[in-house]
Design a protein around this ligand. Structure first.
Ligand SMILES: [Zn+2]
Length: 279
């Protein structure tokens, strides 16, 4: 399998919110997505990053606050459709989208992917489905980003059938074999959002990638086992679980120095995978 770490747009926010003791300056948080090119299942994505729909969906109050809190920059060439084209891929070539969680910066391009199956933890979406629209903001959820045929194309992870993971994944003991061929393993990373799913994948060179979504905003949080500012707890459905998950990621990081552990919004981590601009 070939793995590319990409991003579609970025937002800005103060570093000291993202990590305890961080600087009082505004930094960029890229909206990462990953492209997997699998020998059997073809092209697949982990999350999607931003799209222009984010702006459409946040035009009016109260959703406009979302834009104010995290100002977003998105260029034409960042659009997922345009980035796929650079790999000679069209949206219809994307067989699966693995959705870590349903915050807008992870799902904004779902409507562009009209042929894909959506794979996610059932409880990541079940609590959003029946939310009163006034509560959407609290969950950073923009309902208009969900395709109208979303249910028909959903393949929820069967959480009644976890698999035992080998020692190589420790301290993770169980996970979910998302394609049935052990190539993509999902694990639950509780705390940041209901049913947040991280994904392990190995590329053709044997390199292991661990996409941890928003279980940490910055890689430094994992390296130093250092949580965000306390105010961020207001955003999390389960701050205690968030802290525990961060501790687990920290131990994983210490014992797996060769794995690429990739938080979705860490510019320092994500920029290492991107080609420098030409010229
Ligand atoms: Zn999130």
């Amino acid at each position: 399998m070939k793995i590319n770490v990409l991003h579609a747009g970025y937002c800005t926010a103060p570093e000291h919110i993202a990590i305890h003791g961080g600087r009082w300056r505004t930094i960029r948080f890229p909206a990462m997505f990953a492209l997997f090119r699998h020998p059997t299942f073809g092209a697949m994505l982990f999350d999607t990053g931003y799209s222009y729909r984010f702006f459409d969906e946040t035009k009016k109050f109260p959703k406009r606050f979302y834009r104010w809190m995290t100002p977003v920059t998105l260029r034409e060439e960042d659009l997922i459709v345009n980035q796929l084209a650079t790999f000679n891929l069209r949206p219809k070539d994307i067989s699966h989208v693995f959705i870590s969680h349903f915050h807008a910066d992870h799902i904004a391009s779902l409507p562009d992917l009209a042929w894909s199956r959506f794979v996610y933890m059932p409880h990541a979406f079940s609590h959003l489905r029946n939310l009163h629209p006034f509560e959407d903001m609290k969950h950073a959820f923009l309902r208009g980003l969900i395709p109208t045929d979303f249910d028909a194309r959903s393949h929820e992870v069967d959480i009644t059938k976890p698999i035992l993971l080998s020692e190589e994944y420790a301290p993770f003991k169980s996970g979910f074999d998302l394609l049935g061929d052990s190539s993509i393993i999902g694990v639950e990373l509780p705390g940041h959002a209901h049913g947040q799913m991280g994904v392990f994948a190995r590329d053709d060179d044997g390199k292991v990638f661990f996409f941890v979504a928003d279980a940490a905003w910055l890689k430094r949080s994992i390296v130093e086992n250092c949580p965000p500012h306390k105010i961020a707890n207001l955003l999390f459905p389960d701050p205690k679980a968030y802290r525990e998950t961060l501790g687990v990621l920290h131990s994983y990081f210490l014992t797996h120095p060769d794995t690429h552990v990739i938080p979705s919004h860490c510019e320092e981590t994500i920029s290492k995978f991107q080609k420098p601009p030409v010229g």
